[in-house]
Design a protein around this ligand. Structure first.
Ligand SMILES: NC(=O)c1ccc[n+]([C@@H]2O[C@H](COP(=O)([O-])OP(=O)(O)OC[C@H]3O[C@@H](n4cnc5c(N)ncnc54)[C@H](OP(=O)(O)O)[C@@H]3O)[C@@H](O)[C@H]2O)c1
Length: 313
């Protein structure tokens, strides 16, 4: 495993992190908590120190799993969670960036995570009804009161990121980025580099597509977000499957699983701090964590990019 500084937060994180959205057990199909905990423990064995979660992943269940899995080794790991959306009842989301709500949201996360401080508190996504400057200001106060060590934002447009930076000590951004989705490189990544921001990328496997395991007739469980994701439907799905097959062929040429090559490609891009890799099982988590130990040569990196081509992922 390798480690990189989380920007101005001042602490290091593993370059492969475990993302826990799927562990919530709702949005990526059913999961077994024992498997989720094994996935976290396998990652720990392989040197992963960063675990990304959110209150809305499985209505709190993912945070609870992270809390249970990391009990006793809390000081050796970095927990990143999020704030902003609240769920007054299961399935109903609304945004609340008021200082009182953000403070209450963090207290609830701390209880579920069984800890007394959140290492990285991230605004899950901006909402036009709530000025991002106010939200960042309220989050910065939570750092001052010791509830969080550092703050970050996620899913921002470049202008929103600039406004966030003007309002407080934002240390990180969290955005999607993969061989199949390189939008982030255009404007946001240069902005992050200019401002010494840590970059946590999500969907490095394009929701599993880049593992190369899906087939045209794949059926997702009802409730799995991929069942209605345009990337997994119709001609776009067909194009993505073809791109994933080509990526897998390049990876095979190097003796690598496709997922590992896809994650290693992300990690080789300048300015990326860590890849948040979702995993439901120890096998997935170990395959993903081992990507951190790869150093792909320039020809392979270019081969992967050409293979991914101009897809919609
Ligand atoms: N800030 C945000 O708005 C935001 C949004 C999305 C995600 N995130 C964060 O980023 C993390 C990663 O994103 P993601 O989970 O959506 O996407 P991802 O990492 O691209 O894909 C994860 C899914 O792919 C499958 N998978 C993982 N490793 C695999 C392997 N080695 N071989 C085969 N299949 C594998 C698993 O699902 P199956 O086994 O069911 O295929 C897993 O749930 C999330 O968990 C979350 O922490 C943040």
């Amino acid at each position: 495993m390798q480690y990189r500084r989380l920007g101005k937060a001042g602490f290091d994180v593993s370059i492969v992190a475990v993302g826990t959205w799927a562990m919530g057990g709702k949005e990526f199909g059913r999961t077994d908590d024992r498997d989720s905990i094994k996935a976290i423990h396998r990652a720990l064995d392989l040197g992963v120190t960063l675990f990304d979660t959110a209150p809305i992943y499985g209505s709190g269940r993912a945070e609870e799993i992270v809390g249970r899995a990391l009990l006793g080794i809390r000081k050796d790991v970095v927990i990143a969670t999020k704030c902003g959306p609240v769920e007054p009842r299961p399935g109903l989301l609304r945004m609340d960036y008021s200082p009182a709500s953000l403070a209450a949201q963090v207290d609830a996360s701390l209880r579920r995570l069984q800890t007394d401080v959140i290492d990285l508190l991230q605004l899950h996504w901006p909402d036009p009804a709530w000025p991002i400057e106010d939200a960042v200001g309220a989050m910065a106060r939570l750092v001052q009161t010791g509830k969080a060590r550092a703050i970050g934002v996620s899913n921002t447009q470049p202008d929103e990121l600039r406004r966030a930076l003007s309002a407080g000590p934002v240390a990180s951004v969290q955005e999607p980025f993969s061989l199949l989705n390189r939008e982030f490189e255009r404007e946001l990544l240069p902005l992050c580099r200019e401002n010494d921001l840590a970059v946590l990328v999500y969907e490095p496997l394009a929701r599993g597509l880049l593992s190369g395991k899906f087939t045209p007739t794949w059926r997702f469980e009802p409730g799995d977000v991929r069942a209605t994701d345009p990337r997994f439907r119709g001609p776009t799905f067909r194009d993505n499957l073809q791109a994933a097959d080509r990526v897998a062929a390049v990876a095979r040429g190097q003796g690598l699983p496709a997922a590992q090559a896809a994650i290693a490609w992300v990690l080789a891009q300048p300015g990326i701090t860590t890849a948040l890799c979702g995993a439901k099982t120890a096998a997935q988590s170990s395959e993903n964590a081992r990507a951190a130990d790869l150093a792909l040569d320039a020809t392979t990196l270019e081969g992967l990019e050409n293979a991914a081509g101009r897809s919609q992922g």
